[in-house]
Design a protein around this ligand. Structure first.
Ligand code: C2E
Ligand code: MG
Ligand code: MG
Ligand code: MG
Length: 286
C-alpha cells in the first residue's frame, strides 16, 4: 500500500518487509538495473542554525524513481540494496553526485556549506571506503571540509576498533563525521566518545515523543548536555512543530532539521532556495 501520501510531493510506494514477497523480489530485480538506467536522484534537506535560521548544510537523501511505481522510499530499497551488495555501487554514486552538486553550488557563488551523506553499515565496512571517498573528492574538486559522513549509532558501535581506525583516517583527511539517529541504538555516549565525531544527530523519534511524554524532554536535555561536554555539535532531526523548536532552543541545541523549516528538496528547488537567500543578503548589504 502507499503510505506517507504527499511526502516530497510524491506518493511513496511501501511494501511489507516481514517476508520476501514476490513484490519484493521484483523490486530487487529492478534495483539491479536502476543505476545504469539512471533512476536514482538525490534530494537535499537543509539543516539550519537554531538561532539565526541560516542554512548550515544540506543532507543528501537518496530517491529511486521506479519507472512504474514512481518514487520508492529509501526505507524500502536501502535494505534490499544492503542485502544484495548493490549498496556499494549505489553508495558510490550518491557520494559522487553529492560532492559534484556541492562543488557546483560553490562555483555558482553560493556560500560554502557542508553536504552530508549517509553511509549504510555495509558501505562503512567496505575495505575501500577511505580510498573511494578520497578519489571522489579528488575527482570532483570538493574540499574535504565540505563533506560530512553520517553513520548510525548502531553502525558505529558494532566493531569499535574497526570504527575507530576508519573514522580516524577520515577525520585526518579533514571530513566532518556525524552520529546519526542517536538514541535508537542502546549504546551510551561514554562508549562513543572515543570516536572522532563532530556532530550528534538526535533521532526524530525523541522529538516526536516530546508532545506525548514530558519525560522525553529530560532525556533530550541530557543528551544535549552530555554531547556538548564531549565537544559535539547537537543537531535535532524531524522538527515539525514550533513547540519542539522552542524547547530545543531552551536547552541550547545547535542546529535543527525538519519539516518545520524545509522538507527534502530537489536539486533545483535547493538551488532556487539558496538563490533567494543570497539575494536577500545582498539586498540587505546594499
Ligand atoms: P536519516 O538519515 O535519519 O534521514 C532523515 C529522514 O527523516 C529522511 O527520510 C527525511 O526526509 C526525514 N525527515 C526529515 N525531517 C522530517 C520531519 O520533520 N518529519 C518527518 N516525518 N520526517 C523527516 P528519508 O529521506 O525517507 O530517508 C530515510 C532514511 O534512509 C535515512 O534516514 C537514511 O537512513 C536512509 N538513507 C537516505 N538516503 C540514503 C543514502 O544515500 N544512503 C544510505 N545508505 N542511506 C540513505
Ligand atoms: Mg542521516
Ligand atoms: Mg537520522
Ligand atoms: Mg532517521
Amino acid at each position: 500500500y502507499a503510505k506517507d501520501k504527499g511526502r516530497n510531493n510524491y506518493q511513496f510506494y511501501t511494501v511489507s518487509l516481514s517476508a520476501k514477497t514476490p513484490e519484493l523480489w521484483n523490486l530487487e530485480k529492478s534495483l539491479r538495473h536502476a543505476l545504469e538506467r539512471q533512476e536514482f536522484l538525490l534530494y537535499y534537506q537543509p539543516r539550519v542554525n537554531i538561532i539565526t535560521g541560516d542554512i548550515t548544510g544540506m543532507e543528501a537523501l537518496l530517491r529511486w524513481h521506479h519507472p512504474e511505481m514512481g518514487i520508492v522510499a529509501p526505507n524500502i530499497f536501502i535494505p534490499l540494496a544492503e542485502g544484495s551488495g548493490l549498496i556499494i555501487p549505489i553508495g558510490e554514486w550518491v557520494l559522487r553526485e553529492a560532492c559534484t552538486q556541492n562543488k557546483a553550488w560553490q562555483q555558482a557563488g553560493f556560500p560554502p556549506m557542508t553536504i552530508a551523506v549517509n553511509l549504510s553499515p555495509k558501505q562503512f565496512r567496505q575495505p575501500k571506503l577511505v580510498e573511494t571517498v578520497s578519489a571522489i573528492l579528488e575527482a570532483t574538486g570538493l574540499e574535504s571540509q565540505y563533506l560530512e559522513l553520517e553513520i548510525t549509532e548502531t553502525t558505529a558501535i558494532e566493531n569499535l576498533d574497526f570504527t575507530t581506525t576508519v573514522l580516524r583516517k577520515l577525520e585526518q583527511m579533514g571530513l566532518l563525521l556525524s552520529i546519526d539517529d542517536f538514541g535508537t541504538g542502546y549504546s551510551s555516549l561514554s562508549r562513543l566518545q572515543v570516536l572522532p565525531f563532530h556532530n550528534l544527530k538526535i533521532d526524530r523519534s525523541f522529538i516526536q515523543e516530546l508532545a506525548i511524554d514530558e519525560k522525553v524532554g529530560h532525556i533530550i536535555k541530557a543528551i544535549v548536555d552530555l554531547g556538548r561536554s564531549l565537544g559535539l555539535r547537537l543537531i535535532a532531526e524531524g522538527v515539525e512543530r514550533s513547540e519542539e523548536l522552542n524547547f530545543l532552543k531552551s536547552i541550547n541545541c545547535d542546529d535543527v532539521q525538519g519539516y518545520l523549516f524545509y522538507k527534502p528538496l530537489s536539486a533545483q528547488q535547493a538551488t532556487e532556495l539558496m538563490g533567494s537567500k543570497l539575494k536577500k543578503n545582498t539586498d540587505f548589504n546594499l
